[in-house]
Design a protein around this ligand. Structure first.
Ligand SMILES: Cc1cc2nc3c(=O)[nH]c(=O)nc-3n(C[C@H](O)[C@H](O)[C@H](O)COP(=O)(O)OP(=O)(O)OC[C@H]3O[C@@H](n4cnc5c(N)ncnc54)[C@H](O)[C@@H]3O)c2cc1C
Ligand code: SF4
Length: 513
């Protein structure tokens, strides 16, 4: 077993770990970044719906177990950049109210240990780093901003512009969805984005989608003090005999002879950022005499309070109008974010997704006759419907005796609010002329793309795993900066909040570590 010593080790290069590497790169500290995956290859298959959605070319082959012990393949993408390599780059801030207590249909969404104002400057920095396009003043629920969006909103294509006007005429407030892409709409020669149809859920062959690989890890690697080791899967964190510090990490990695072996890397400070499920699993796997139930787990909360949003898709089909939109993901609505018509509890957010194509439909509904799926995909405008789920101790990530990951969503929450949100959206779309609506709710226990909450942050070590700067209460040199720190999920895409908090933690570390 080989060993080397660093000042800081960051494990994982997704929205959290990649952004933190960027934040710390200029610190002069000797930083090692360990990533389970490799760079995602640029190749023609990047944009092929059959390769990406039917053959699932970029998805992991590993399996997890659901609450009933049934195996499923999670929607995880292990690459430099993590899940941001395939995400939709919708980069929205949480609402100011999401940081306080909110009463939902099925209970109270807990307050965060920090106020919106504490994260606001880092939201602004993250938006700049990830080239976020947007418009201030059009979303009725938007939180206060210290600066405008770094880039102008992405213009709608004609059919979406027309739909936006119709929704406005119904008294709704559609607004430009904040998106991170390198697009210069008036002058396509300067931006790398050429506005294609395969963005959301695909890798970008032009490296124009703002992701943690391109926007954070690559710039960080320009500093000589930053080393990235790819294809290095961390399996265990080793603590000092008193259990108060992590002294080393063990990774399954390639040596100079190109053989895989367990390698040991020592460090003054260790940051875990493997995604909410894998980070909880790593801490559970790192149990020792001083931490018999998993590292930093005296509270028993490691792995608990797993959340992943209630997610649905709506295909709004115009019977005779062909939707020729190419880049569709430009509009969202928060009219029902805090309350719906006739109810005073929050329903959630709705936003357009990348244009659904025949092969993508068939990947999910293989029984659909080809011509019908072609007709539906050609005539639909496609939406993502997102509601908050509540943290519940019994919704948790555990390890089986054999060490396999089990994600048990024992108690779904807020299902009624999500159904109501779907109903409101469908009603508005029918009124806009989209008479045929196909709506689907994704099974929550296997849809883990918005996973958060398994190592929640807070001020009290009895009720949280991490402190306000994402440092483990019980292990003084251990931090976690992926989505696991969320004490509530809000009804907002999570990546920008993860990036902003990573920048905040990075600033704190530069001052204090
Ligand atoms: C198809 C899709 C679309 C999405 N669209 C959006 C969107 O539009 N907007 C939005 O906000 N969010 C979106 N998301 C969610 C978003 O991608 C995640 O919230 C975000 O990437 C989570 O960041 P993270 O740092 O927590 O984890 P990840 O980005 O998952 O990063 C974890 C990293 O850790 C590495 N890793 C894991 N285990 C180990 C180990 N043992 N050793 C070493 N490395 C390890 C992984 O390879 C990965 O690089 C989408 C996700 C998917 C899958
Ligand atoms: S729309 Fe732009 S950013 Fe998205 S995949 Fe196409 S080129 Fe890349």
């Amino acid at each position: 077993m080989s060993t080397s010593h660093y000042d800081i080790i960051i494990i994982g290069t997704g929205a959290g770990g990649g952004t933190l590497a960027y934040a710390l790169a200029g610190s002069g500290k000797n930083i090692l970044v360990l990533e389970k995956g490799d760079f995602l290859r640029r190749e023609v298959e990047n944009s092929c719906p059959k390769e990406v959605f039917v053959k699932k070319r970029y998805k992991t082959k590993e399996t997890w177990l659901n609450k009933d012990g049934k195996e499923f393949v999670p929607g995880m993408h292990y690459y430099v950049g993590g899940n941001t390599k395939l995400y939709g780059a919708a980069l929205a801030r949480m609402r100011k109210e999401d940081f306080g207590e909110l009463r939902l249909l099925d209970g109270v969404s807990p307050a965060w240990p920090i106020a919106y104002e504490e994260l606001e400057p880092y939201y602004a920095q993250a938006e700049k780093l990830y080239n976020v396009h947007g418009a201030q003043g059009e979303d009725p629920s938007e939180p206060p901003r210290s600066s405008p969006f770094p880039k102008p909103p992405i213009p709608h294509e004609p059919q979406i512009e027309e739909l936006a006007k119709n929704l406005q005429s119904q008294g709704l407030h559609p607004f430009p969805l904040p998106i991170g892409i390198d697009l210069d709409e008036p002058d396509r020669l300067t931006g790398r984005c050429f506005r294609c149809m395969t963005c959301d859920g695909f890798p970008c062959p032009a490296l124009a989608k703002s992701d943690a690989d391109v926007n954070a890890v690559r710039p960080a690697r320009e500093y000589r003090n930053v080393t990235l080791i790819r294809n290095a899967e961390v399996r265990k964190l080793i603590t000092a005999p008193d259990g108060k510090r992590v002294v080393a990490v063990e990774a399954w990695a390639t040596n100079e002879r190109q053989e895989k072996e367990v390698q040991r890397f020592e460090s003054e400070l260790v940051v875990v950022s493997c995604g909410a499920v894998n980070s909880a699993a790593l801490l559970l796997r790192s149990a020792s005499d001083k931490h018999p139930n998993g590292l930093a787990n005296s509270s028993g909360l490691v792995g608990r309070n797993y959340m992943a949003h209630l997610n649905g898709t709506v295909m709004a089909v115009h019977p005779w109008r062909r939707n020729r939109t190419v880049f569709q993901k430009t509009l969202a609505m928060n009219d029902w974010y805090f309350k719906g018509p006739g109810c005073d509890y929050p329903l959630g957010n709705v936003q357009l997704i990348g244009k659904l194509q025949k092969k993508m439909l068939l990947a999910d509904q293989p029984w659909l006759p080809g011509p019908l799926s072609m007709y539906l995909a050609d005539h639909s405008v496609d939406w993502w419907v997102l509601s908050e789920d509540l943290p519940k101790a019994e919704n948790q990530v555990t390890l089986t005796r054999e060490g396999k990951i089990q994600v048990s969503l024992a108690t779904p929450t807020n299902v009624g609010a999500h159904r109501r949100l779907m109903t409101e959206l469908c009603r508005a779309l029918r009124q806009a002329g989209y008479w045929l609506i196909l709506a689907k709710r994704w099974p929550s226990d296997e849809n883990c793309s918005h996973q958060v909450g398994t190592l929640k942050f807070g001020r009290d070590p009895r009720t949280s795993v991490l402190n306000e700067y994402c440092r483990a209460h019980e292990v003084e040199n251990l931090f976690v900066v992926d989505g696991s720190f969320f004490p509530s999920s809000a009804a907002v895409n999570p990546a920008l909040t993860i990036m902003a908090q990573a920048l905040r933690v990075g600033a704190w570390m530069r001052k204090n570590c």
